[in-house]
Ligand binder design. Structure first.
Ligand SMILES: C[S@@+](CC[C@H](N)C(=O)[O-])C[C@H]1O[C@@H](n2cnc3c(N)ncnc32)[C@H](O)[C@@H]1O
Length: 291
């Protein structure tokens, strides 16, 4: 089986079997429905003769609409307003970020930011509502999550954003400075406080002891995410937020339960941090106390 056929066969396989709490139950039912739809696709593909499967895989990759129109309609059957997640629990006036649950988004239509609309709305709303002023980010890629943090905090905030720059070269074949120049121009235009740091998060220094928020979305190996958590996650103030992307899977994107998920399980079991909320693939941990 060639690589395209293999990718198609594992498509959607990573939906977690979690025992959800009440808040996550509608989302979990949605994931189960998605899993059924994707399971049917996978079964059909698995029973095709291998030459036909290779041909189908090639056709689908050449014409993504063939996939999107068939799978997209199946994925979009379940959402109901009564089950729309209100991640930030609004009490008064609804803000735009409270409406994020109206939308569907996935890696198939990610733009500048590598996260779902719901995740970005949560990050923006969280820093805005908690009055956060300082944040460390590991993994900025094209600067989308950096802007979400910085814009949420406003001009009084500062984001220290660390990135190795390896993805720019690997995926786009460009110098990472090209992406950083665009991020720099954007934050200057809107008077936002962002320090772009190029380096390996396992060794680079950041000159700040305590921050309100740490967003970890860099090296997704266990050693990498553990190091980011130890070096930067622990700098979060008591009641501050550590946000880890890719801790949980969804129907379309394989996550990292063996590394990011494992770290979340370990630090919550130790009692130092508690899991406040799961927002799509993102884990929001709150530091229980100083130490
Ligand atoms: C998934 S992308 C980040 C996406 C971004 N947070 C967003 O939502 O748009 C991961 C980034 O982490 C960076 N990265 C990977 N390993 C790293 C390391 N050891 N130190 C710093 N950055 C790293 C990569 O260069 C890449 O830009």
């Amino acid at each position: 089986m060639n690589r395209e056929a293999q990718r198609l066969e594992t498509f959607g396989r990573n939906v977690p079997d979690v025992a959800p709490d009440d808040a996550a139950a509608p989302h979990h039912r949605l994931l189960q429905a998605r899993r059924s739809a994707l399971g049917a696709v996978r079964l059909a593909v698995a029973h095709m003769p291998s030459r036909l499967r290779t041909r189908v895989a090639a056709e689908l990759l050449a014409d993504p609409h063939a996939v999107l129109q068939a799978v997209g309609a199946r994925l979009n059957r379940m959402p109901r307003l009564s089950e729309m997640p209100l991640d930030l629990e609004p009490e008064g006036r609804l803000e735009f970020e409270d409406l994020a649950g109206l939308f569907a988004s996935s890696i198939l239509n990610h733009g500048v930011v590598g996260m779902s609309i719901r995740q970005v709305a949560y990050i923006f709303g969280l820093v805005r509502r908690t009055g956060a002023r300082t944040a460390i980010e590991i993994g900025r890629w094209r600067g989308g999550s950096t802007i979400a943090l910085a814009a949420g905090m406003g001009p009084e905030g500062t984001v220290w954003s660390i990135d190795l720059g390896e993805k720019a070269a690997r995926v786009l074949g460009i110098d990472p400075e090209e992406l950083d120049a665009e991020t720099r121009a954007f934050v200057q235009r809107f008077g936002l406080g962002v320090e772009l740091i190029r380096g390996d998060s396992r060794s680079v220094d950041v000159d700040v002891d305590e921050v309100d928020v740490v967003l970890i979305d860099g090296d997704h190996t266990y050693e990498g995410v553990r190091s980011d958590f130890e070096r930067f996650g622990r700098r979060v103030a008591p009641r501050g937020a550590v946000l880890l992307d890719d801790a949980f899977g969804d129907a379309l994107v394989p996550s990292h339960p063996e590394s990011v998920g494992r770290l979340v399980r370990e630090v919550t079991a130790s009692g130092e941090f508690r899991l406040v909320r799961r927002v799509d693939r993102l884990a929001h941990l709150e530091r229980a106390s100083a130490g």
